[in-house]
Design a protein. Structure first.
Length: 574
């Protein structure tokens, strides 16, 4: 019976939601349903000069003049973005008041440019389609458990008329825009099919199931509106409402945003600014900031740490969670209650500890199981680069890794990508010799001409963090030998030596390149794509906004909503 029911539902869906769109074809207002639009495939034509960063293969974009940026719009590409698992859960919670977080069971997103929301990587698999269907079935049943809370009218008076009102109201929220006449008809047919085969409740369930599997729900679809200026269009109020909501909250627009869109209050910079400021104060914005930092810093790897308690005395299975809590609490405090700057992330003379983590680190016990703000000594520890999460994730199970740690700093804080090793190179990590220190074992990298080019950009940075073992504990000796924290930065705007994590953090905090890199990382996260030459004006505007407010990251978040990349898109040519 279950199988037959699902087959019948699938047939109904083919005639309703799936007819509305698929990965390569989306029906939306202002666009014929038979015109294909490739998801995440839009490519920039390129408008500005680029230059290379020595030794890294990274391209930096040279912005046009301020006058040129003011004279024209440069929105860059606008690929259609599929909802991530986090966004899916946030959306069904806002839409249906459902907190079951079904997307946690979906296949994980692919990561590109360090983030899981990159449009190019968010493809669809058969398994994911099946998971969407299963989730839609469960969510629709749960939603119709209490029709009085779901429906905008009383079906006892006019069942079909009430269903039509529900389709219109619910569809506008689910699709983040008013639904079209054709969509109204398709979903009305889905409702009638369910009603005829069972009852009114089943008809409403069919509508919800169909909408939750529609491309207009699963993707953030944007076409812009109004007359084109030099091939560019401003986004509609509803599209801006979605951009604002997913940027700050990782979810669909709330009632206030929907009202602002409907009343065309997002057609002015002042209207957009007012909503952006409101959303930045919503408690859910903290989760978005936490998600960015977790991905940017690679904190997802903390939960999969494997260390042998027999090798590292005092290490327990609970420590990865404690590492994560330390960094999450620290980042949250710096961003929202503290200075809010990139510099503070790198140099703050405090962290967050509880008794267990303090004991493991061998520092003063703040008392209790709850994490509390705790001063660091400013000599051994200060800022992110001295925290167990970052140090342990970028290390090996039985030894530190100057390569991984150096690569992490180079790529995440300086935005310089290290080229992969030659295809014919046989990589043999230095053996664990109990008589040699890590620094001595990795000296071969500087001697071997096939390795030295790239490793000179990573190893000298990572070796400066050698005072921290593979589980993030401070040490003065290794294998009975003194540990040196001497490190070196090359091919940066802050070249020179440093000694230890605290000095490295302090040097990075003075770097204009680091500030700009954090802006770039936020750009990639916010827009779900790479920066392009056409984004030069927007990126320059964001960097200026950061500098104008002493590199406060909250200002950067608000500045996104003022850029061409956020407010406009290229006109779609059928």
């Amino acid at each position: 019976m279950v199988l037959n029911r699902r087959i019948l539902k699938a047939l109904a869906l083919v005639g309703s939601a799936l007819a509305a769109g698929c990965e390569a074809q989306v029906s939306a207002p202002g666009r014929p349903a038979d015109k294909p639009l490739q998801m995440g495939a839009e490519q920039p034509s390129g408008t500005g000069p680029v230059s290379s960063v020595p030794g890294t293969g990274t391209m930096t974009i040279t912005p046009p003049t301020a006058a040129a940026c003011s004279a024209a719009k440069y929105p860059g590409p606008s690929p259609i973005r599929r909802l991530t698992r986090r966004e899916y859960n946030g959306t069904v919670q806002e839409l249906l008041k459902d907190t079951s977080a079904p997307a946690l069971g979906f296949v994980a997103e692919e990561t590109a440019l360090g983030f899981n929301n990159n449009a190019q990587a968010l493809t669809i698999s058969t398994l994911l389609v099946e998971q969407y269907m299963a989730a839609a079935e469960k969510l629709s049943v749960a939603a119709t458990a209490d029709l009085t809370q779901l429906l905008p009218c009383d079906p006892a008076a006019d069942a079909d008329g009430c269903a039509g009102k529900f389709i219109s109201d619910f569809g506008e929220r689910a699709f983040r825009r008013p639904i079209t006449t054709d969509e109204q008809l398709r979903f009305q047919n889905a409702y009638l099919w369910g009603k005829q085969h069972q009852d009114f409740r089943s008809g409403i369930e069919m509508v919800i199931e169909a909408m939750l599997q529609s491309a207009s729900f699963l993707y953030r679809v944007e076409f812009g509106e109004g007359p084109s200026t030099a091939g560019n269009l401003p986004l509609s109020g509803y599209e801006l409402a979605s951009r604002l909501s997913y940027l700050f909250l990782g979810s669909m627009p709330d009632a206030a945003l929907r009202a602002a869109a409907k009343n065309r209050q997002l057609g002015t910079p002042q209207g957009v600014d007012a909503q952006a400021l409101r959303l930045s104060k919503d408690p859910r914005a903290r989760a978005t900031v936490a998600d960015f930092h977790a991905q940017w810093l690679g904190l997802q790897g903390v939960n999969s740490l494997e260390r042998d308690p027999a090798v590292y005395t005092g290490y327990t299975a609970a420590l990865p969670g404690l590492f994560l809590s330390e960094t999450q609490s620290f980042v949250d405090n710096v961003f929202w209650e503290g200075e809010g700057t990139v510099q503070a992330l790198l140099t703050a003379p405090y962290t967050f500890l509880n008794s267990d983590l303090a004991k493991f680190y061998g520092v003063a016990d703040p008392g209790g199981a709850v994490f509390a703000k705790s001063a660091t000594d400013g000599v051994k520890r200060a800022g992110l680069l001295s925290q167990g999460s970052v140090l342990a994730v970028h290390a090996k199970p039985l030894q530190t890794s100057p390569v991984l740690r150096g690569k992490f700093v180079r790529e995440q804080f300086l935005c310089q990508l290290i080229p992969p090793p030659p295809a014919n190179l046989v990589i043999t990590p230095p053996e664990l010799d109990p008589k040699l220190s890590t620094r001595e074992r990795f000296a071969q990298h500087s001697k071997d001409i096939a390795c030295s080019g790239c490793h000179s950009l990573m190893d000298p940075i990572g070796l400066g963090l050698e005072h921290f073992d593979p589980v993030g504990r401070y040490r003065d000796t290794e294998n009975g030998q003194p540990v040196s924290g001497a490190g070196q930065l090359l091919a940066t705007d802050i070249d020179g030596g440093f000694d230890g994590a605290v000095e490295l953090g302090a040097k990075l905090a003075t770097s204009a390149a680091v500030s700009d890199c954090v802006t770039t990382e936020w750009f990639r996260y916010a827009f779900g794509r790479s920066e392009t030459p056409e984004d030069a004006c927007s990126v320059s505007q964001l960097e200026s906004a950061m500098k104008a407010d002493n590199n406060r990251m909250q200002s950067l978040l608000l500045a996104f909503t003022k850029t061409d990349a956020f407010l406009f898109r290229k006109a779609v040519t059928p």
